[in-house]
Design a protein. Sequence first.
Length: 340
Amino acid sequence: MGLDLGAIIPATPRTLDDFRGKSVAVDAFNALYQFLAIIRQPDGTPLMDSHRRVTSHLSGLLYRTTNLLQAVIRPVYVFDGEPPKLKAKTIAARVEVKQRAEREWQEALEEGDLQKARSKAMQTSRLTAEMVTESKKLMELMGLPWVQAPSEGEAQASDMAAKGAVFAAASQDYDSLLFGAPILIRNMAVTGRRKLPRKNVYVDVEPEQVDAAAGLASLSITREQLVDLGILIGTDFNEGVRGIGPKKALNLIRQCSTLEEALHRLGVEIENARELRYIFLTPRVTTEYSLQWSDPDPEGIRRLLCDEHDFSTERVGGAIRKMIEAAKLRQQKSLDQWFG
């Protein structure tokens, strides 16, 4: 899911404190899928309320976002709109992967292999329209703005960062760099101790920052060439060239300068190359949004989470207290900037 350029683009380790006082546009679908995948029972079952409704997404948004607020970070979640038509094949392929993973999950449960079951279950996550609506409602109750993108949320977040509306775009994927984000923050929403897939090993996951200008300079290519490189590897909108990974693609683009020349050398074709470039270089975005952070609505949060979805009153109350404290810190930070 998403383009992995970690092998060729350097990233700088960070902590949440490094982004204190900054506003960050978070790719909402990317974060929600992370929550749905990670926040599960030992056998892979997602968190659910007494009506068997999945609540992993709400749990992730509540507690992980509260961590960001405590660090005096101003998150704004950006939601996907209508996907480009060229993404249809990728979406269909993901559906097949989920269906296969569901069968393998059930088989692992029958075999009593909980480790395998949980690993397979993480691949079955589905984000429904109802989950998206609930997530937006929770954001509003927490006093946080959210933005509805006309198309790709990652493109919208990147554009907001490029225009200076926010400090950076936050996503697990490197596609943000192709969409023009000047700064990409990875691992922001999933910071903490995580289990490696298919291994009984835990690692500490910390944020990392990728600066587009520095990254492109280190690769000796332009953003347009980075897009061509991505197309060669394969994106959410095309399959790429078989056998071409990040390092091979980089060498080809350095030697050939353009996607067309690289394809000519390889003796292959990629359909819709011009449209693929257009998706990244001139994406559908909106400027009709307002970024206002306000105080949380404690009673509204309790009604949504505790009354409707059986969340622990004590745990939710603790999160609310942290939100209120964070709001005071945010207001003090604003006053310090105003009078400083």
